[in-house]
Design a protein around this ligand. Structure first.
Ligand SMILES: [Zn+2]
Length: 446
């Protein structure tokens, strides 16, 4: 168990951020991250830290705190945590999602792992360093950022586009990773080095209206859309094996036959299809394919009218290296002869992003975590979801997702908790992360 005072301090701050309920539903008026910014300013008060607010829109506020380095040639490390959370439906929860209840060493609430735990533990480390008179060679920047959960428009996208000087860094760490995976040779700690490119597509399917009482030989847009959905679900783009996937699988220390099959572009699909663990099957598929998920359909106005317009929204996630234009080509391949029946709009056309795994920062993380969790080793991974790291990777800045977790909540539980019910974190993990950020700053910037 890490130092009890650190655990308590990290738990109290995380709980405050949970209770502030900065729920981001994608609308401009939601989020109101200014409440968590105020809580962090209160927490930093008296520690001798310089901090500054950045306002992207009313209530959509981010906070930057800095410990300036002595040596201009030494690197700058940015610790970035978002302060907003996604909505939660209390009906599905065993505890109040915004109560911040602490039960038997587990803190419950929306944001407990995504990512108020990290936003809080980064702040604890920065405050402890500042209060202790830490004067490093390199510069440490802490960023509590708004609006991560709605593509960062009023947060990281805004700051990197308009206030880059405030968040400029040589390395960035944000969510998520570091949940230990047990293996024969000890726990492996995944370090997120890249993510897929968000490519949302809206397909507008046209037809001809008519009377619902005479459907014979009508041009029903819903019937066409149903076939399009079927084709998208059946579409199988070619697998690509990225180096990061190869290294992640090697780190899992699976039987050599399974490792070989999961890293063979001709066999990974069938291997995932036959896999007993649904979680690993989905990860294996999504890590080796550009994926197409038709998730929203809007069709028809009245039961006795043949619909002439259907909107389909498709969540496409492109592997790093697959361009938005290649995504459109794949879409054409999937739709085949129905492609001319569809107008395609692209609400987002993002490239994936990937940082190198061999960097001085990754080396420092390996040293620091091996000291805190003896026998552990870091392995690189690609995340399926999008994080604010991508804005920095696009600028050429190595950006990682990490944290440090105890084994108390098994790693298989984590995928269910992200944006799901019963999100929670154990106190030991909060203490471990806080100590890890502090040790990292001393090692890497010292
Ligand atoms: Zn998050």
């Amino acid at each position: 168990m890490p130092d009890e005072r650190v655990c308590t301090e990290a738990t109290e701050l995380t709980r405050t951020l949970i209770r502030n309920a900065c729920v981001n539903d994608g609308t401009l008026a939601s989020g109101q991250e200014v409440r968590n910014v105020e809580a962090l300013e209160d927490y930093f008060a008296g520690a001798g830290l310089a901090s500054e607010r950045y306002v992207a829109a009313p209530g959509r506020v981010s906070l930057v705190a800095r410990i300036e380095g002595r040596d201009r040639g030494a690197p700058t490390l940015l610790l970035m945590g978002h302060t907003d959370v996604v909505p939660a439906n209390p009906a599905g929860w065993r505890r109040d999602p915004f109560g911040g209840e602490l039960v038997d060493g587990i803190l419950w609430g929306r944001g407990a792992i995504d990512m108020l735990n990290l936003t809080a533990t980064m702040a604890v480390a920065v405050r402890r360093l500042a209060a202790g008179g830490f004067r490093p060679r390199g510069t440490l920047v802490y960023l509590a950022v708004a609006d991560e959960e709605a593509l960062g428009t009023y947060g990281a996208a805004h700051l990197t586009a308009h206030r880059l000087e405030a968040v400029q860094a040589d390395y960035v760490i944000t969510e998520n990773g570091g949940v230990p995976i047990p293996t024969a040779s000890g726990p492996k700690l995944p370090l997120t080095v890249g993510e897929k490119g968000v490519n949302w597509r809206r397909l507008v399917v046209r037809g001809t209206p008519g009377h619902g009482s005479m459907p014979f030989r009508t041009d029903n847009a819903l019937v066409t859309a149903a076939e399009i959905v079927r084709r998208l679900a059946a579409y199988r783009p070619k697998a690509r094996i990225l180096d990061v996937w190869r290294r992640f699988v090697a780190g899992l220390e699976l039987p050599s036959e399974v490792t070989a099959a999961l890293t063979d572009p001709d066999r990974v699909y069938e291997t995932a299809a036959a896999m007993e663990s649904l979680g690993l099957a989905r990860v294996a598929h999504a890590s080796t394919h550009t994926t197409f998920s038709p998730n929203v359909a809007r069709a028809g106005a009245k039961v006795n009218v043949v619909p002439d317009r259907v909107e389909l929204e498709v969540d496409v996630r492109a592997l790093p290296g697959v361009t938005p234009s290649e995504v459109d080509a794949m879409l054409g391949e999937a739709l085949g002869d129905l492609r001319p029946r569809v107008d395609v709009e692209a609400p987002s056309r993002d490239e994936g992003s990937l940082s190198p795994f061999e960097t001085p920062l990754a080396d420092a993380l390996a040293r620091v975590t091996a000291a805190l969790v003896p026998g552990s080793r870091i392995i690189p991974r690609l995340t399926q979801g999008a994080t604010d790291a991508r804005f920095f990777r696009w600028l050429g800045v190595p950006a990682y997702g990490f944290g440090l977790h105890s084994p108390r909540i098994p790693y298989t539980e984590y995928p269910l908790m992200f944006h799901g019910n019963d999100e929670r974190i154990d106190v030991e993990s909060l203490g471990l992360s806080a100590l890890m950020w502090e040790a990292l700053a001393r090692d890497f910037l010292g």
